[in-house]
Design a protein around this ligand. Structure first.
Ligand code: 9WO
Length: 258
């Protein structure tokens, strides 16, 4: 899969090729990354990429022409590489991405990721050049670059061969619509806290059942919205009932009620 990133800050993306799963995937050409700086496509001597907002107000707006020229070059390079890439703009106004979106994004041959700075980009660039607008969460960053890198990380690790072990992406938190179960490693005693006995039993069926029950229970406690959206099989409802009887508690509210 191919990513073309349009950014005023190309050096930020070097972090991706440093170390870890994403660096390895890029090194092995499971994913490729090309960077396009709109400043290189500005036509004036000052290489201007921004201007004052019509209507007044603080800050600056990214101009259409350098962005459009950068996107055009990215598109042409993608086509030469055999990719028909769509354009996505990272912004707080976008569709809030979920793991299901990451799976869909990973199925495309490539994406051109447009990252803004200042107060944003001229709306007419979004209207004419952008296919999708994505948000990674309801907060404002100082630019779209970190959001683009978050998407790339979430997507590239889903690509075949990106992770060492065959099916670990499927076992993720959210892979089956549930939060992850708790994990433990040595030593067996930490600050007086032991390890759930079943994990030491060697009974793999019992361990699988416990992990599934913990995943259901934690999702019920922390993210009941996910559980309602997903639904439960009869077996899962029985596992959750047992969990609820065991804890006897009510769902932990992690977000204040509005
Ligand atoms: C900056 C600003 C300054 C003064 C008054 C209003 C203002 N709005 C903004 C602003 O929203 N800037 C954005 C910075 C412009 C587009 C790129 N930026 C961005 C992307 N911030 N946060 C994101 C983002 C992207 C994806 N998911 C979450 C956040």
């Amino acid at each position: 899969m191919r990513f073309d990133v349009v950014t005023l800050f190309p050096e930020q993306f070097r972090i991706l090729s440093g170390a870890g799963v994403i660096a390895r995937a890029l090194g092995r050409d499971i994913a490729t990354l090309a960077i396009w700086n709109p400043r290189d496509f500005a036509s004036d001597a000052q290489r201007t990429v921004d201007d004052r907002p019509y209507g007044g107000g603080p800050g600056m707006v990214m101009k259409v022409e350098p962005l459009r020229a950068a996107i055009d070059s990215a598109r042409a390079a993608a086509v030469r590489a055999g990719c028909t890439s769509r354009v996505a703009y990272l912004s707080p106004q976008g569709h809030r991405l979920t793991q299901a979106d990451m799976v869909r994004i990973a199925a495309a041959p490539g994406w051109i990721l447009l990252t803004g700075r200042y107060e944003g980009v001229d709306e007419r660039l979004i209207e004419t050049q952008v296919d999708e607008e994505w948000s990674i969460g309801d907060y404002v960053l100082s630019g779209g670059e970190l959001a683009a890198m978050v998407v790339m990380d979430a997507v590239i690790r889903l690509l075949p061969g990106a992770l060492g072990h065959a099916d670990s992406a499927a076992q993720d938190s959210y892979g089956d619509g549930l939060l992850d179960c708790p994990h433990y490693t040595r030593p067996e005693l930490v600050d007086g806290l032991g390890v759930p006995a079943v994990l030491l039993s060697g009974d793999h069926a019992a361990i699988e059942r416990w992990r599934h029950q913990q995943a259901l229970g934690r999702t019920w406690q922390r993210r009941p919205d996910l559980l309602r959206a997903r639904g439960l099989t009869a077996d899962e409802q029985a596992l959750l009932d047992e969990f609820m009887r065991g804890r006897g508690g009510t769902a932990v509210e992690r977000e204040p009620r509005t």
